[in-house]
Design a protein around this ligand. Structure first.
Ligand SMILES: [Fe+2]
Ligand SMILES: [Fe+2]
Length: 473
């Protein structure tokens, strides 16, 4: 049974690690470095144990086991989705050829780069969320934070496994680097911008898990299509865990919006700050920020690198196999965001291959919109007229065609000076952040919850909300 995890091993895995002593030794020598990183950069709040799910199988049913574990003893393991012996490459110039079980020499550097970039985001988010435990609004939320953290740690393991198993000495040295860079560091920052931002409060955390983990979902979705089968299988299983991270974000914002709506109605005012809630305009500003930095993660509107990745079969499109085209795109085109000659926001037609970042971003934006629709339904159900919305793609961008211009959330281009003067209307100010931080008082008591957020509808794994999800020291 290839999918069953072997938990008798030092490193739980379903890849027959014991058959490859060299690799096993290499990973076992990386393990203490990982633990050192976890101790130094992982969750700072001292806890005895946490009600966590641990992956035990990759099959559809019963893949996870739930129980209280000390986080340090979490069984970070290596799990690849089951191998389909007949799998063929679904796109690009190798379309129809059997998926690669080894790294093709000609694509070695590109594949390694893709894995390093993905790998770098996993520990980064753990670092960004390091101090949140101290201000958790409930034990239920604290548990979810830790669940996300240990799984991002496992995702790091997943990428390090690939580097060790398939990329030799260079791969091992990249695996070391993944532990040396750190989020927000001056000399060795994480590779991508959004992963160097702070996550200082729980509103940011929920926005992060909604918008930035969702970027992760889309990146993993493209790597799941890869012709390099071990990468594909790794990402397929990671996506399964990732679903919970987005659930945390979606329902976290649900519950904040719900609480804000209740307070607005009860006190007949938008100024819910006075009654301990988070005003809707502050929620909107946090949304504006996290969404715009997450759009940057998709890179420029056009990219010849990404076109090459696709043609080479390294990185596909979202739902590649469900697309109804030739999966080679040599003669198709796509409209992408562009600035016109007179400096206005417009569109330009480019070769579909070159516009693949835009294609992925489009899928992502549509998905982001579902959350906004959901939160607006909560507002409507409460009888309120205010609504949340996604800002325009040109708003607050540092990457791509809009990096050089300033735009309002509605997509009106404005001079830099006006942007400077008005950005406090659209992005969290120090006052907003200080206010949100002032609400962040820990509620570590069983069954209790902070006043700025509504309790969840359900607990975890059928347990009630007042379950002892975390035992603090
Ligand atoms: Fe992840
Ligand atoms: Fe995640």
């Amino acid at each position: 049974m290839p999918s069953a995890a072997d938990y008798t091993e030092k490193i739980p895995n379903n890849v027959d690690l014991r058959e490859d002593r060299r690799l096993q030794r290499a990973l076992e020598s990386w393990q203490p470095n990982f633990m050192h990183w976890w101790d130094a950069m992982g969750p700072a709040l001292p806890v005895e144990d946490v009600y966590l799910r641990t992956a035990v199988n990759v099959g559809r049913e019963g893949w996870a086991h739930f129980g209280h574990v000390a986080m340090r003893d979490y069984r970070w393991g290596i799990f690849l989705a089951e191998r389909d012996p007949d799998r063929r490459i679904a796109f690009g110039e190798h379309k129809g050829e059997p998926a690669w079980q080894k790294v093709p020499g000609e694509y070695r550097a590109e594949l390694q780069r893709l894995i390093v970039i993905q790998g770098d985001t996993e520990p980064a988010s753990v670092e960004q969320q390091r101090n949140l435990g101290a201000t958790a609004p409930s034990l239920y939320d604290l548990r979810n934070l830790f669940q996300v953290n240990v799984e991002e740690g496992r995702h790091l393991w997943a990428m390090v496994y690939l580097l060790h198993a398939y990329f030799g000495r260079e791969g091992r040295s990249e695996a070391e680097e993944l532990l040396h860079r750190s989020s927000g560091s001056e000399d060795a920052p994480r590779i991508l911008g959004a992963f160097n931002e702070e996550t200082p409060d729980w509103l940011s955390f929920f926005m992060f898990t909604y918008f930035t983990d969702r970027d992760g979902k889309y990146q993993l979705g493209t790597l799941k299509e890869s012709g390099f089968d071990p990468l594909s299988r790794t990402c397929e299983f990671m996506l399964k865990e990732e679903a919970h991270h987005m659930f945390v974000g979606t329902t976290g914002i649900d519950r904040i919006v719900e609480r804000t709506a209740q307070l607005t109605v009860a006190h007949d005012t938008d100024e819910v700050g006075a009654c301990g809630g988070i005003p809707l305009d502050v929620i909107q500003k946090y949304l504006n920020f996290q969404y715009s930095v997450s759009l940057d993660l998709f890179g420029g509107e056009t990219s010849t690198n990404v076109a090459n990745y696709f043609t080479a079969g390294l990185k596909g499109r979202w739902s590649e196999e469900r697309r109804r085209d030739d999966h080679q795109l040599t003669s198709e085109s796509i409209m992408v965001d562009a600035l016109t000659d007179d400096g206005q926001i417009g569109q330009a037609e480019v070769a579909a291959l070159v516009g693949l970042n835009t294609d992925l971003r489009r899928e992502y934006i549509a998905d982001c919109q579902t959350g906004v629709t959901r939160w607006n339904r909560i507002l409507a159900d409460a009888g309120l007229e205010q609504r949340l919305k996604l800002p325009h793609a040109a708003f607050n961008r540092k990457v791509g065609v809009f990096a050089g211009v300033e735009a309002t959330p509605d997509g009106a281009l404005i001079p830099a000076q006006e942007w400077k003067r008005r950005m406090s209307e659209w992005l969290p100010t120090d006052v907003d952040k200080t206010y949100v931080r002032s609400l962040m008082r820990p509620v570590h008591e069983r069954g209790k919850i902070a006043a700025w957020i509504a309790p969840p509808r359900n607990g975890i794994n059928g347990k009630p909300f007042d379950y002892d999800y975390v035992h603090l020291v």
